[in-house]
Write a protein that binds this ligand. Structure first.
Ligand code: GAR
Length: 196
């Protein structure tokens, strides 16, 4: 008889590359994070991250937003799939869809997002280009609790990186991403827990 796994469960939502998802999944596998990834969902069938999750032996689902007539219908389909798994936390990791207030309220307080800016600066898109255009000396990333307003929930953890004089949005995005993985694991340790 197998004993049930007592660790809290995560469902990770992605839209693309999935490097944050892979870092979090590895942290669960190596015990750095006291949690288990129960499901990875992508809203894009061609997201490279979905194959990366399969390669790690994680259950995956593709829920293509283009197959739904409205944002509400897509969010309902996501909710139904998530409800089957009943994750303790939903982890948005490069998930590039705006979620409806109804969806957010159903999982309120149990959903985290990583955003590549020093929130409350630069919610939304093109954060690195906006930071460079503003002449900022620092950029960074924030992990926050998801609230109905876009990129506006309470910040759990942040990391800062310098903006160099010759930075492009791509070079800055790369430097920020290198820090995002450890940041997300740290934020999850704070919210979900770690084995001592
Ligand atoms: C990350 O830089 C993340 O901060 C950003 O998308 C990238 C996903 O990379 N998220 C957002 O812009 C959300 N508004 P990944 O797929 O390799 O984790």
């Amino acid at each position: 008889m197998t004993t049930p796994d007592p660790r809290p469960t995560l469902a990770i939502l992605i839209s693309g590359r999935g490097s944050n998802m892979v870092a979090i999944s590895k942290a669960c596998l190596n015990g750095e994070l006291d949690a288990r990834v129960a499901l990875v969902i992508s809203n894009r069938p061609d997201a490279p991250g979905i194959q990366a999750a399969r390669d790690m032996g994680i259950d995956t689902a593709v829920i293509d937003h283009k197959a739904f007539a409205s944002r509400e219908q897509f969010d309902n389909a996501m909710h139904e799939r998530l409800a089957e798994v009943q994750p303790d936390w939903i982890v948005l990791a490069g998930f590039m869809r705006i979620l409806t207030g109804d969806f957010v309220n159903r999982w309120q307080g149990r959903m985290l997002n990583i955003h590549p800016s020093l929130l409350p600066k630069y919610p939304g898109l093109d954060t690195h280009a906006r930071a460079i255009a503003a002449g900022d000396l620092q950029a960074g990333a924030s992990v926050h609790i998801v609230s109905p307003e876009l990129d506006a929930g309470p910040v759990v953890a942040q990391v800062r990186v310098p903006i160099e004089p010759d930075d492009t949005p791509d070079s800055l995005a790369q430097r920020v991403l290198q820090e995002e993985h450890a940041l997300y694991i740290k934020a999850l340790q704070l919210c979900v827990g770690r084995k001592d």
